[in-house]
Design a protein around this ligand. Structure first.
Ligand code: SAM
Length: 222
């Protein structure tokens, strides 16, 4: 609740506060990532009844039983990709398209795959309205990746898998990075996977809870 007489914060002010209190205060320092979070209007990626909570420190429902992740989790995963601006990025789990827009701010181009067609239709219009031209949205089972667009300098999976999907490892470029949650349905570990001279290294980052990655190389689904 705002104190009586205090004007409501603009969405821009709410974004600045989110960056200060949720991202910088937890140690995120990449200036390009922080600038992207100050710029992308997160409230346009959630249903209108949640506009007032769009910049709060938690995930929100986006319909079809899916969620937009907590801002800090989106920022943490994005930071671990260490994007410089020249990369081709693959995202699995488009959801609301918010993470997609953040990636589009930071990389050369983004391929994003979503298995629920109605989510994808909304995101397509949303990203077009916001002027993101370096994004390609694909419908389908993202655990198979997109061999036609591979190799990818960076891969981000925003749904939880039982293990690193083998096709995604194959489609990761030499020197590339992947970030994804791995574990059970109830709880996972966020993991950074790198490929150097063909050798794969996994580094655990933190505990997390994501909706499941469904389909081949994920969990059995409808
Ligand atoms: N990155 C999203 C955002 O910013 O709103 C949040 C994604 S939500 C936590 C996870 C998404 O993964 C859901 O939209 C779900 O439908 C999708 N998903 C689950 N399994 C998938 C699969 N095999 N291929 C593609 N998308 C999948």
């Amino acid at each position: 609740m705002l104190p009586r007489g205090e004007p409501p914060m603009s969405f821009e002010e709410q974004r600045d506060r989110m960056v200060e209190e949720q991202l910088k205060a937890r140690g995120l320092r990449d200036v390009r990532v922080l600038a992207a979070f100050r710029k992308v209007p997160r409230h346009l990626f959630v249903p209108s009844e949640f506009h007032h909570e769009a910049y709060a420190d938690h995930p929100l429902p986006i319909g079809a039983g899916q969620t937009i992740s907590q801002p800090y989790m989106v920022a943490l995963m994005t930071s671990r990709l260490r994007l410089q601006g020249h990369e081709r990025v693959l995202e699995i789990g488009t959801g609301s398209g918010y993470q997609t827009a953040i990636l589009a701010e930071l990389a050369l181009d983004v391929i994003s795959i979503e298995r629920i067609p109605e989510l994808l239709a909304t995101v397509k219009q949303r990203l077009a309205d916001l002027g993101y031209l370096n994004v390609q949205l694909l419908a389908g089972n993202g655990s198979l990746g997109s061999p036609n667009h591979a190799p990818f300098d960076a891969i981000i999976v925003t749904a939880a898998a039982p293990d690193v999907p083998e096709p995604l490892l194959e489609q990761l470029a030499e020197g590339g990075r992947m970030v994804l949650p791995i574990g059970s349905h109830e709880a996972q570990t966020l993991v950074e996977v790198t490929k150097r001279q063909g050798a794969i290294t996994r580094t655990p980052i933190t505990g997390c809870v994501f909706v499941p990655l469904l389909g081949d190389y994920g969990w059995p689904g409808p």
